[in-house]
Design a protein around this ligand. Structure first.
Ligand SMILES: [Ca+2]
Ligand SMILES: [Ca+2]
Ligand SMILES: [Ca+2]
Length: 157
């Protein structure tokens, strides 16, 4: 189970950035009764069966540049491997999908070993060209990263 804890309600700085104004992702394992603070602020998250994807505001995360483009005004997609609880930063800006084709309850899609999401080129300070800004992140037990043909909306191999 995953949920967002408001720091203000908890009276604690849960993502170690020196303020108490963020909402920070926690994972709870009912099997073992353990509560895990992921340590990242999140605007929202999407829980899959093996992966969880969250959208972190750089501003809320202590003004860190999480996508490496030299500013701290973006929202960046991060992924948690639910087996290990290890966070993986994709270093990619993300916007919730507001297209008609998208379900508004699912701002980005989390599949078994793949997360599909939208990046605005302006946020990423990068010309991603061609195919409508859809990006795909593949994560498999041995390798996490971009699939071959990274900008295609599906993962292969
Ligand atoms: Ca904080
Ligand atoms: Ca903060
Ligand atoms: Ca940035």
């Amino acid at each position: 189970m995953a949920f967002l804890t408001p720091e203000a309600a908890q009276g604690a700085d849960l993502n170690s950035d020196g303020d108490v104004s963020d909402r920070v992702l926690h994972l709870y394992d009912a099997g073992t009764g353990t509560l895990d603070n992921v340590g990242f602020a999140a605007e929202e998250f999407v829980l899959g069966t093996t992966l969880l994807a969250l959208r972190t505001s750089e501003a809320a995360q202590g003004a860190q540049d999480l996508n490496g483009d030299g500013d701290h005004s973006d929202y960046v997609l991060q992924i948690i491997d639910l087996a290990s609880h290890l966070p993986i930063n994709t270093f990619q800006a993300v916007i919730p999908c507001r297209l008609e084709a998208c379900d508004p309850r699912v701002p980005y899609r989390v599949l078994k070993d793949t997360v599909k999401f939208l990046t605005l080129e302006a946020d990423q300070s990068e010309d991603l060209n061609a195919d409508g800004d859809a990006r795909t992140w593949c994560c498999r037990p041995s390798t996490c990263g971009w699939s071959a043909g990274a900008l295609r909306p599906s993962c292969t191999g």
